[in-house]
Design a protein around this ligand. Structure first.
Ligand code: NAD
Length: 312
């Protein structure tokens, strides 16, 4: 398959690297020139449980330099950058190109549909983790899975083919007609842990420094899942609460990317997570006070950072 990755940061590079290693033709599209240049010079350095190696054979360029049209476009920008990024490669998306989002949050499918016919859009969720270790260098330890389906839920050759290609790259991928359940449960997990860590500066494990931290996380999970139910998505609250408790107990030093973004003074994905949940809650007439308060606090932190973040 001829595959382009739009947004070749931590996740895009992990997926692009593994796909290239499995024999696919991969183009990484990003605006981070230092990262692109390092990949062009020395290949992509990928550290996973399978080893620390350099992967060659990847094309790495800025969106405006890309030519041709891919069989598959995998979108891995942060959610707030999707629209801008897709506008930047309008001519690259062909009439046959399938477009897949595995980004966190809600509203990603709608963003893709503003640029691509809905029958070519695929949605999904991944539990693979990845971090940027430096230009041209990505780390991913542990295991994950990918679940995907076509947006209109019509079983198509395309989604099976894409799942098979990701599976062959070792990404443990399957087509899953219940993928909205996985997406909403991950949104609940992220709304709870990412926003709490981003506001407090705590790592995931430090959220149990006070019982209120854990209670807040649980309250947010239950709020989000009540909104999921209102839009007809069945979820498993106990499974979700258990995964939050597991993360607090076992991923103690983990800094969610939303906290990393706050620490770096960058905009966060809060709009795609708490913001999209609140919008759907309002439509359904459901109160989500904890989710809404965390959204407000993050908006304030972002606005303050945008002014330079100094003290008078
Ligand atoms: P990242 O910030 O490492 O990568 C995003 C990349 O997009 C950056 O390299 C950035 O330069 C690029 N970009 C921004 N604007 C662009 C544009 N206009 N054109 C092209 N590229 C552009 O983020 P990430 O951690 O890889 O996360 C990507 C998505 O995957 C997010 O939605 C995130 O929530 C989700 N996700 C992340 C993880 C993880 O462990 N990192 C796990 C699961 C899902």
């Amino acid at each position: 398959m001829n595959i382009s990755i739009l947004g070749a940061g931590a996740m895009g590079s992990l997926f692009g690297g593994l796909l290239a290693e499995s024999g696919q033709q991969v183009t990484l599209l990003d605006i981070n020139d230092a990262h692109l240049e390092a990949i062009r010079r020395q290949g992509l350095r990928l550290e996973t449980d399978s080893g620390d190696r350099r992967i060659g054979g990847l094309t790495a360029c800025r969106p405006e330099q890309v030519t041709g049209q891919p069989d598959l476009l995998l979108v891995f920008t942060k959610a707030q950058h999707t629209d801008h990024a897709l506008r930047g490669i309008a001519g690259h998306i062909g009439e046959h190109s399938l477009v897949l989002t595995l980004q966190n949050g809600l509203g990603n499918a709608e963003a893709l549909c503003r640029h691509v016919a809905p029958e070519r859009v695929m949605i999904g969720m991944t539990t693979w983790p990845a971090d940027m270790a430096g230009p041209g260098h990505v780390r991913s330890h542990g295991q994950g899975v990918v679940r995907l389906m076509s947006l209109d839920a019509v079983e198509r050759q395309g989604s099976n083919q894409v799942a098979a290609v990701l599976e062959a790259a070792g990404l443990q991928c399957a087509v899953d007609p219940q993928v909205w359940t996985s997406i909403w449960e991950k949104v609940a997990f992220n709304a709870a842990l990412n926003s709490l860590c981003a506001v407090t500066g705590c790592t995931v494990g430090q959220l149990d420094a006070a019982p209120e931290g854990v209670a807040l996380a649980r309250a947010i999970v239950l709020e989000v899942l009540s909104v999921a139910q209102s839009v007809g998505v069945a979820t498993d609250a106990q499974r979700c609460l258990d995964s939050v408790a597991y993360a607090i107990a076992h991923h103690r030093t983990h800094k969610p990317s939303m906290l990393q973004d706050v620490l770096a003074g960058r905009p966060t994905e809060i709009g795609a997570i708490n913001g999209e949940v609140l919008a759907r809650a309002r439509q359904a007439g459901i109160a989500v006070p904890h989710t809404e308060t965390l959204l407000g606090l993050l908006r304030l932190i972002e606005a303050w950072a945008a002014t330079g973040g100094g003290h008078e």
